[in-house]
Write a protein that binds this ligand. Sequence first.
Ligand code: UGA
Length: 437
Amino acid sequence: MRISVVGCGYLGAVHAACMAKLGHEVVGIDVDERKIAELSAASAPFYEPGLEELLRDVQETGRLSFTTDMSAAAGSEVHFVCVGTPQKKGENGADLTFVDAATAALLPYLQPGNVVVGKSTVPVGTAARLEALVLDREPEAHLVWNPEFLREGHAVADTLRPDRLVYGVASGSEDHAAVTILDEVYASTLSTGTPRLVTDHPTAELVKTAANSFLATKISFINAMAEVCEAAGADVTRLADAIGMDDRIGRKFLHAGIGFGGGCLPKDIRAFMARAGELGADQALTFLREVDAINMRRRTRVVELTRELCGGGLLGKKITVLGAAFKPNSDDVRDSPALSIAAQLQLQGAVVTVTDPKALSNAAKRFPELQYEPDLDAALANSDALLLLTEWQEYRDMDPYATRMAVTTPRILDGRNVLDAGKWRAAGWTYRGLGRP
Ligand code: UGA
């Protein structure tokens, strides 16, 4: 099939490459010339494991191209809208400027029978509004909401082998013409047994926000338990192991630490609360305010613990922050808890050096006032305290004996609870985890 993908960020670039991998002829369209130039040269504009190999692989087949020219969408049967929906400045709601602009730009190129497929995370009600615009221009076109559940760091695998596919169509019924067309797009994914659910528009939009809200709630739940464990002298990691053995609870997303960040979970729960307020259902989501508050408290707690670890004062203390990305295997620093903690420590008088295998150039753009050191050994040198804030494998693998030689004072705060506390203490370190005795 001929497919256009509008928006080539974390979601769209991966989606375009994966659709070409599935055998379709794909054009990726974005207004950002630099991004398009990089993607055209099979180079990923951001770090995502496996993406560059995939881009090279599919570009050799001639099935994938990129352009800034929207008219390239003409002739495609299916048009995916994959642009960002960031948080509005100074407000909780989602900023739909890019979704609206992308849809408006597509309208002149729609043909009868075409399907516009929204993948961006949007407030419930957006699909119905956009469908009216589409039908006004081309009465025989369709609009489907097809939320995306990929995780950064696993984006290629999650797109090629998703847990489920959700199609939101106006009628909510399987016999909608767009269902057959999307089944053709995802034919090879469906042939491996991936479940596919057809819903109405609002349900499909809500599936995405509900899923991210549930994940955020799970993380904040275990971080709330970490607070109680700290007060009671218990160990939240063992508590999570034990409750996670109950199938109904599960161990995934019960890693207590510095909390969630990134371009999705924080802004999605806020946009969800804002939208529920508009719908008169705000009471239903007041718990998400607490989920957000617990999450933000983690960052303050780490600053306090670092002060304690440094003997009561941060002034002039040399602190090394291991990790800048919001999670490992990503260079994304949007709402990164690691960087927000680093910036707080610096504001309170510490001399902070941040290191990360991939995210330093993005970090420097957001927080130019921090000092960055790409070389791990150089970052460790003369440190008064280490803070492990993003659990990259190389930090998990650090040898406590060798690391001790590099620093001034062997103190470590394990913000992700991934190190073996006994081993680090045995090597002479003052070790602090979160929610652990
Ligand atoms: C999240 C969802 O997991 C995806 O399903 C969704 O498609 C995506 O948002 C999106 O809306 O686009 P992502 O933001 O890539 O994916 O990251 P997650 O793996 O969900 O991690 C989010 C944050 O939670 C990270 O900062 C991570 O370190 C933190 N986290 C995760 C914890 O603190 N504890 C955990 O147990 C798990």
